[in-house]
Design a protein. Structure first.
Ligand code: ACO
Length: 314
């Protein structure tokens, strides 16, 4: 059994927030664009439901795949900002998509959550325990943003993305390398009383480039691949400078690197599947190809992986 991406979808909140929104807290469009590449982001309404975005993203991933919903026996939603304390988002996503009695759970690995979830979903398929697995990333980071703190508020956005993984016998073998270092918790966290993200930006920047580059290199080496074999590289969209630095470390041709942080900012575990959906819409993904992904987040956690895509009707 070989897992590959067979469907992709995303959903963003309606409200677009330009950089000028942060002028009042001492920031500027010029600073944000220069230091991060971000131009705008989407905010979920205060009373909005993240599950609505996750259902829309997951529904379009399934629909675009042409797979039958009743083939899907597992639903994993990577999130740190679910609508309820319990239950998580995944059970609601499964129920609202008619995936009756599918196994469904949320996975929390901060911004690396989607890469962790992809590895897990792929392993279920490779072991023969699942024919198809729905993997979603959904975040409403505005729920844990200190709106008065210019060093974090300008970076974050809301949204959801999803992929459907299925067994594609002639797809390239997936491989992932994941890691964590809980000694670095003070660099990026939201504690349970304050409930707002606190971050040492410059330190996180250094770790992000180092960990994503190292994990991606390990994956490529293990699979005896070079950058020339990769059709598209999608890293966690935290900051355009971080993503470009990783591409440079790996020696990746710039045209294989995908960036959409300018439009959506950092959407944590939703960032990679939202980027995939934008890449697809912009004609950056043909019917088949080899994808490399990399992410890092609070914990710190990180991971990278390669897997194929095979998209119906393209
Ligand atoms: N607008 C204007 N000035 C600002 C802003 C802002 N939004 N934020 C910080 N500054 C100021 C600082 O106060 C500092 O001023 P000083 O020199 O007078 O002290 C100056 O800009 C430089 O600040 P640095 O923090 O050194 O700027 P840097 O170039 O490192 O960029 C940034 C900051 C964008 C945060 C960068 O460090 C970064 O991207 N780090 C990684 C962030 C990240 O990926 N976080 C993880 C994701 S969050 C999550 O998990 C959901």
């Amino acid at each position: 059994m070989t897992a590959a991406i067979v469907g992709i979808g995303a959903a963003l909140p309606e409200r677009t927030v330009p950089n000028s929104h942060f002028d009042r807290i001492g920031s500027s469009d010029e600073w944000i664009v220069k230091r991060t590449g971000i131009r705008e982001r989407r905010f979920l309404a205060e009373d909005g439901h993240l599950a609505d975005l996750a259902v829309a993203a997951a529904g379009s991933a399934i629909e675009s795949s042409g797979h039958r919903a009743d083939d899907i026996r597992h639903v994993v939603v990577a999130t740190t900002t679910p609508d309820r304390v319990t239950p998580g988002l995944a059970v609601e996503v499964a129920a609202r998509l008619g995936l009756a009695h599918a196994a469904a759970f949320d996975l929390h690995a901060a911004c690396a959550g989607f890469v962790y979830a992809l590895d897990h979903g792929g392993a279920l398929i490779e072991s023969g325990r699942a024919g198809a697995v729905l993997v979603c990333g959904a975040e409403a980071l505005t729920r844990i943003t200190d709106r008065e703190d210019r060093s974090t508020a300008v970076l974050l956005g809301d949204g959801a993305g999803a992929v459907l993984l299925a067994d594609v016998p002639d797809a390239p073998a997936p491989y992932f390398h994941l890691g964590s270092d809980g000694r670095q918790i003070p660099l990026l966290y939201a504690d349970r009383h304050d409930r707002k993200l606190r971050m040492d930006g410059p330190e996180i920047f250094v770790h992000a480039v180092e960990k994503m580059s190292d994990a991606a290199r390990r994956v490529l080496d293990r699979q005896e691949l070079t950058c020339d074999d990769i059709d598209l590289f999608v890293a966690h969209q935290a900051n355009a400078r971080i993503v470009r630095a990783v591409g440079k470390e790996l020696g990746l041709p710039p045209e294989r690197l995908f960036l959409n942080v300018d439009r959506v900012a950092n959407t944590s575990s939703a960032s990679i599947p939202i980027a995939l959906s934008h890449a697809l819409r912009e004609g950056r993904m043909g019917r088949t190809g080899l994808l490399a992904v990399a992410a890092f987040g609070a914990g710190i956690t990180w991971g990278a992986g390669v897997l194929g895509w095979r998209l119906a009707g393209r």
